[in-house]
Ligand binder design. Structure first.
Ligand code: HEM
Length: 146
């Protein structure tokens, strides 16, 4: 009798908990950044293929590990244009510092101030996430997440 009651109880629990478990597994309320997990993973060599030098290819640029298709911003990022050095790579540090110097063309944000990181987040949201489609994420960001 006790076993039967426990079974009934367990069954009710299972029915009540099932939607919660499904929600945890499939999590439909995710942001763009998490969805990027399903997108293409780029190595530094792979993203370098999309630096604007081939007019038949899209132009890609990564900020904070997310790869954006910035082809629509050709007038900024295309071959020979002012911000071409930022593309075909993760240029997070350069964006945070408003710098186009070679030493800053990296994803590494070591030593940046709170103010610089805040500025980075503002540009990330108001320019990159607002204007350009996300096509993937960098391999190194993926690695540090695990
Ligand atoms: C004398 C210095 C600079 C001037 C006069 C300048 C001017 C501009 C102008 C006019 C725009 C276009 C705004 C628009 O039409 O939407 C722009 C966009 C931008 N600038 Fe600069 N800029 C300068 C330096 C820099 C530097 C050093 C960086 C370093 C990362 C930078 C990063 C950007 C970015 C990320 C955008 C947004 C491009 C986009 O919409 O995709 N700028 N800048």
């Amino acid at each position: 009798m006790i076993t039967v009651m426990m079974n009934k109880y367990s069954l009710r629990c299972a029915i009540l908990l099932a939607p919660l478990v499904l929600l945890l597994i499939f999590d439909p309320v995710r942001g763009d950044e998490d969805n990027a997990e399903e997108l293409r993973v780029f190595t530094t060599d792979e993203i370098a293929e999309y630096d604007g030098s081939d007019p038949d290819k899209p132009i890609y640029m990564a900020v904070k590990g997310l790869v954006f298709d910035v082809t629509d911003g050709k007038e900024f990022y295309g071959k020979g244009k002012g911000y071409n050095v930022l593309v075909g790579r993760d240029a997070t540090r350069a964006v945070a510092l408003w710098s186009l110097e070679k030493k800053d063309l990296t994803h590494d944000v070591t030593g940046l101030t709170e103010k610089q990181l805040k500025s980075l987040d503002e540009i990330f949201e108001s320019v990159y996430k607002a204007k350009y489609p996300i096509v993937g994420h960098m391999q190194f960001e993926h690695k540090t997440k695990n």
